[in-house]
Design a protein around this ligand. Structure first.
Ligand SMILES: NC(=O)c1ccc[n+]([C@@H]2O[C@H](COP(=O)([O-])OP(=O)(O)OC[C@H]3O[C@@H](n4cnc5c(N)ncnc54)[C@H](O)[C@@H]3O)[C@@H](O)[C@H]2O)c1
Ligand SMILES: N[C@H](CO)Cc1c[nH]c[nH+]1
Ligand SMILES: [Zn+2]
Length: 429
C-alpha cells in the first residue's frame, strides 16, 4: 500500500525524495484569502456565509449559549468523562512543570536585568471538527493557556450538521469541564479570521492556537503578525523509524491510526529491514479493510505524502527522519532510547514498543498540538511557553550607568548615532 523509495547505497539528499503533500499550505492560503478578506470587511455576515458554504449550516449567531455547555456535560458518557478527566489531570501535571520563573541577573552593583514572563492577554483556541471531533484538542489547547495564566480564553469549533448546527456535545462538555464558557460555533479559515479581526460581538484576540486541516493552517499562516500563532499544526503526520526488531503489526496499526485523521494525513515508514517492510505491506491491507474509515485511510496511505523508505542502516534512517522533521516520530529499534536522544527534528518522539502515537494523542500528558509540514525544524508543539512573552526590565542607578557610559558612547559613535551617546552623557554634566 505504501510506495517504496529505495535509498540504499545512494548518497541522495533525503530532502529531495521525501514524501510530501500535493497541496501545500501556500497553495491553500491562496484559496482561503477571499474568506479572510470578507470576514475583515463584513464581519458576522461573512462568517455566517462561509459557515453556510463550507459547513452546510445556516446560523443567525455564533455564540454558544452557556446552558448548552452545562447540558452537554450532564449528557456526557461517564466513560468519556472519566477519560477526559485523566487526560486533563496528566496534561496539567506536565504543563504545570513548564511554568517559568522570572530571573534577575545582576550585571553590576545597582545594575540588573530581570526577565519577566507575561501571559498573552486574550487567545482564540481552535478545536477541529470536520471529519472527526476533537474534545481532546480542547484539553491540549486550554490546559497550557490556563497554566500560563492567560486571562481570556475563547474557543471556536465547526457547527455539526447532524447535531442541529451546534458544536459537538463532547467538545462543549470538555469546555465545561475546563471552565471555558466563551465558545463559538465557527470552523475553518472563517474562525481564525473572526478571532484575528474581531467581529460585531466577538472581541479580537492577541493569539490564535490549535490544530486544524490545511485551510485552518493556511489561515493561521496568513494572519500571523496581526495575531500570534503557535506552530502550523496541520494535517497529521507519523513517521516510524524501525529495524528488524519492530513488530510489523504495531507498525502497521500505528501508520493507520494517524492516516485515519484526514485523506491528507501522512504515514511514513523508514526502515533498513526488507523483511519488516514486506510484512508491514502484507499486514496493511488486512487492517485497512477492517478499520472504520477504510476510504480515508486508503487515500492517506496511497497519497504522495505517505510512503516507505528503505535505508542502509539505522544511522542512515536517522538522517532521513531528521530531514523529514515529522510531527510524530516513533522509534522502534533495538536501541530506541539512544536513537531518540539523537533526533534533531520532530514535534514529539515516541520511544519503544509501548509508546504509540495514540497514547500521546490522549493520555500521555504530552501535548498533541504539534508542528507539521517540516515545521518541526524550527517550531515546537503547544506548551505554556507558547502563551508567554519574555519582557526585559532594565534597572540601573547612576554609578551602574557610569560604569558603561563610555562604551555606550563609543558604540553610538561607531554606528554614527551620536544622539544615543549624548542621551547618556547629558546625565553626568
Ligand atoms: N498537527 C496537529 O497538532 C493536529 C492535531 C489534531 C488534528 N490535526 C489535524 O486537524 C485536521 C482536522 O481536520 P477536519 O477537516 O476534521 O476539521 P477542521 O475543523 O480542521 O476543518 C473543518 C473546517 O474546514 C472548512 N473547510 C472544509 N472544506 C473547505 C474548503 N474546501 N475550503 C475552505 N474551507 C473548508 C470548513 O469550514 C470546516 O468547518 C486534520 O487534518 C487532522 O489531521 C492536527
Ligand atoms: N494525532 C493528532 C495530532 O496530530 C491528535 C489527535 C486527537 N485525537 C486523536 N488524535
Ligand atoms: Zn491522532
Amino acid at each position: 500500500m505504501l510506495t517504496t523509495t529505495d535509498l540504499r547505497g545512494s548518497d541522495t539528499d533525503p530532502r529531495t525524495v521525501l514524501p510530501r503533500a500535493a497541496v501545500d499550505v501556500g497553495a491553500a492560503a491562496q484559496r482561503i484569502q477571499p474568506i479572510l478578506d470578507d470576514v475583515r470587511d463584513r464581519g458576522l455576515p461573512a462568517v455566517l456565509a462561509a459557515t453556510q458554504r463550507f459547513d452546510g449550516v445556516e446560523l443567525s449567531d455564533v455564540r454558544v449559549p452557556r446552558e448548552h455547555l452545562r447540558t452537554a456535560l450532564e449528557g456526557l458518557d461517564p466513560a468519556v468523562r472519566a477519560a477526559l478527566e485523566t487526560t486533563i489531570q496528566r496534561a496539567r501535571a506536565v504543563h504545570a512543570d513548564q511554568r517559568r520563573q522570572d530571573v534577575t541577573t545582576r550585571l553590576a552593583p545597582g545594575g540588573t536585568v530581570t526577565e519577566r514572563w507575561v501571559p498573552v492577554e486574550r487567545v482564540g483556541l481552535y478545536v477541529p471538527g470536520g471529519l472527526a471531533v476533537y474534545p481532546s484538542s480542547v484539553v491540549m489547547n486550554v490546559v497550557p493557556a490556563q497554566e500560563a495564566g492567560v486571562a481570556s480564553l475563547a474557543i471556536a469549533s465547526p457547527p455539526q450538521r447532524d447535531h442541529g448546527g451546534r458544536v459537538h456535545p463532547a467538545i462543549l462538555a470538555a469546555c465545561e469541564l475546563l471552565g471555558v464558557d466563551e465558545v463559538y460555533s465557527v470552523g475553518g479559515a472563517q474562525a481564525v479570521a473572526m478571532f484575528a479581526y474581531g467581529i460585531e460581538n466577538v472581541r479580537a484576540v492577541d493569539m490564535v492556537t490549535g490544530p486544524g486541516n490545511i485551510y485552518v493552517t493556511a489561515a493561521k499562516r496568513q494572519l500571523r503578525g496581526l495575531v500570534g500563532i503557535d506552530s502550523e499544526a496541520g494535517p497529521t503526520e507519523i513517521a516510524i523509524l524501525a529495524d528488524r526488531t519492530a513488530d510489523p503489526l504495531h507498525v502497521a496499526a500505528d501508520l493507520i491510526s494517524q492516516a485515519e485523521h484526514d485523506p491528507a494525513a501522512a504515514s511514513v515508514l523508514v526502515t533498513d529491514s526488507e523483511e519488516l517492510l514486506a510484512e508491514v505491506q502484507r499486514t496493511l491491507p488486512k487492517l485497512v479493510g477492517a478499520t472504520k474509515h477504510t476510504e480515508r485511510v486508503t487515500e492517506a496511505l496511497s497519497g504522495p505524502q505517505s510512503g516507505a523508505i528503505l535505508v542502509d542502516d539505522v544511522e542512515h534512517g536517522l538522517r532521513v527522519v531528521n530531514a523529514y522533521a515529522a510531527e510524530h516520530l516513533e522509534i522502534q529499534t533495538a536501541d530506541a532510547r539512544e536513537m531518540a536522544l539523537r533526533v534533531r527534528s520532530a514535534g514529539a518522539i515516541f520511544v519503544g514498543p509501548y509508546a504509540p502515537v495514540s497514547l500521546g494523542d490522549y493520555c500521555a500528558g504530552s501535548n498533541h498540538v504539534l508542528p507539521t509540514g517540516g515545521c518541526a525544524r524550527h517550531s515546537s508543539g503547544l506548551s505554556v511557553q507558547t502563551f508567554l512573552r519574555g519582557v526585559h526590565i532594565i534597572e540601573y542607578d547612576k554609578p551602574a550607568l557610569a560604569e558603561v557610559a563610555g562604551h555606550v558612547v563609543a558604540l553610538a559613535n561607531a554606528e554614527d548615532l551620536p544622539a544615543h551617546g549624548e542621551a547618556v552623557q547629558v546625565r553626568f554634566r
